[in-house]
Design a binder for this molecule. Structure first.
Ligand SMILES: [Zn+2]
Length: 436
């Protein structure tokens, strides 16, 4: 009875919540109060695929769901911003029947790293994808080692792990379980030496001697080895090769593949999605077909014309690896450009940390962009960080009111405009519309 009551109340709250913007977490939260073991009572008729990691989990989850739907399967997926236990409960109470069965062919659940042991104490996903682990909102999450321990506590027998072979931190999660490794071979953008300030794995996590690399894709992601204990990139089951970033084409295990969003980061995510879909039952051709037609949400990437100039808007997370990837993308484009950085603040949640700005390798932009425009609540913190990094005041434009941004950009900068928005909670308060 408690189960049925929780589901019905949850659905009513969700219906009403849609009108007041409280439909993601509140319904699940109330349902869990009525029936604390709501999630344990559900019976999954299909397969559950869970996705976690510091960066790229939303896109990878959406890519997996898109690929499965393209093959005609019914799929339930949690929407962005509902990756904590209450949000997952909301998704599942809407997907399930009153007889406790969740009838969809597949359930795809983006899960916050810290919440994986809580969610998976109630049910065990069939496939568990871990994209990567980076330092990310350290005040909220803790150091990557702490996050690693959290996820390690969520690994159970019965699940197949899909892990990034090029990430020396998270790939160890799969050592004692059924596992599939994805990864990428050296590309034209791989580097022999570390070029980023943030390197979360300088030391071998097994024996604590120096970890060495044949090449880096970005930050600590690459082909690594330890001369002391033999720890190294494992043999890769789903390997991306022959990557042509200009064309957006590559191969997975020798089969031609493509992506619509042509970055290092997205190519690795697409390989992860293919690995997950094949592990969940698709053929590799079906999986490759799916990721080829996937469009990244225009909330995350959008191109437009502003003031008669080309403009690209990219949304990033507030962590160094994520913003570094967007800076890399801007720098890889050949034209003259201005970079507008937007960093907002999360005063209302009590996390005022801006130390992560000192982990971002802004210095790579020296001499390669016309101007850097600093905007958002943290415009002055950004400007201080950039000045610390050796940028001259004449390289910077500070916009303390977003309303003035257009005029300042028009009068003071040249070239294509790359707007890199590092927002704490996605497109909160419609900042993307305001920036446009
Ligand atoms: Zn070692």
């Amino acid at each position: 009875m408690k189960f049925i009551l929780a589901v019905l109340v949850g659905r009513v709250v969700r219906f009403i919540g849609q009108f007041i913007g409280r439909s993601t977490n509140l319904p699940g939260s109330i349902a869990l109060r009525i029936c604390p073991d709501l999630l344990s009572r559900m019976i999954f008729d299909g397969k559950v695929i869970a996705v976690t990691g510091s960066n790229g989990k939303t896109t990878t989850s959406n890519m997996i769901a898109h690929t499965l739907r393209k093959q005609g399967y019914s799929v339930a997926i949690n929407t962005e911003g509902s990756n904590l236990t209450p949000g997952i409960a909301t998704t599942l109470l809407c997907a399930c029947r009153l007889n406790r069965h969740v009838p969809q062919d597949y359930i795809v659940l983006e899960t916050d790293e810290r919440f994986t042991p809580i969610v998976f104490s109630h049910f065990v996903p069939d496939v568990f994808v871990v994209n990567n682990l980076f330092r990310d909102q350290v005040v909220r999450n803790g150091h990557p080692d702490i996050v690693y321990d959290r996820i390690a506590a969520a690994v159970h027998s019965g699940m197949t792990m899909v892990v990034n072979a090029n990430d020396p931190i998270s790939q160890r999660l799969a050592e004692n379980s059924d596992r599939v490794y994805f990864g990428m071979e050296r590309t034209s953008r791989s580097a022999e030496q570390q070029v980023f300030l943030t390197d979360d794995c300088k030391v071998c996590p097994k024996c604590f001697h120096k970890l060495r690399y044949h090449y880096y894709h970005y930050n600590h992601i690459g082909d690594f080895y330890c001369e002391h204990c033999g720890f190294k990139t494992p043999e890769i089951d789903f390997l991306a090769t022959d990557v042509d970033f200009e064309a957006g084409t590559f191969k997975i295990n020798g089969q031609p593949a493509s992506v619509t969003y042509k970055t290092t980061f997205h190519t690795i995510n697409a390989t992860a999605a293919v690995a997950a879909c094949v592990t969940a039952g698709l053929t590799i051709q079906q999986a490759i077909e799916g990721v080829a037609t996937f469009q990244v949400s225009n909330v995350r990437y959008d191109e437009m014309t502003l003031c008669g100039r080309k403009a690209v808007l990219m949304l990033t997370k507030q962590n160094s690896a994520s913003l570094d990837q967007s800076i890399s993308y801007a720098l890889e484009q050949p034209e003259e450009k201005t970079v507008l950085l937007y960093v907002n603040n999360v005063l209302y949640s009590g996390f005022r940390d801006i130390s992560w700005l000192y982990d971002v390798t802004f210095e790579r932009m020296k001499g390669k962009v016309d101007k850097i425009v600093c905007s958002g609540d943290r415009a002055y913190d950004l400007a201080v960080r950039l000045r610390e990094g050796g940028f001259a005041d004449s390289d910077l434009v500070v916009v303390d009111e977003l309303g003035k941004a257009k005029e300042m950009v028009e009068n003071n900068t040249k070239g294509a405009l790359y707007i890199l928005a590092a927002s704490a909670f996605g497109n909160e308060d419609g900042i993307l519309e305001a920036l446009k």
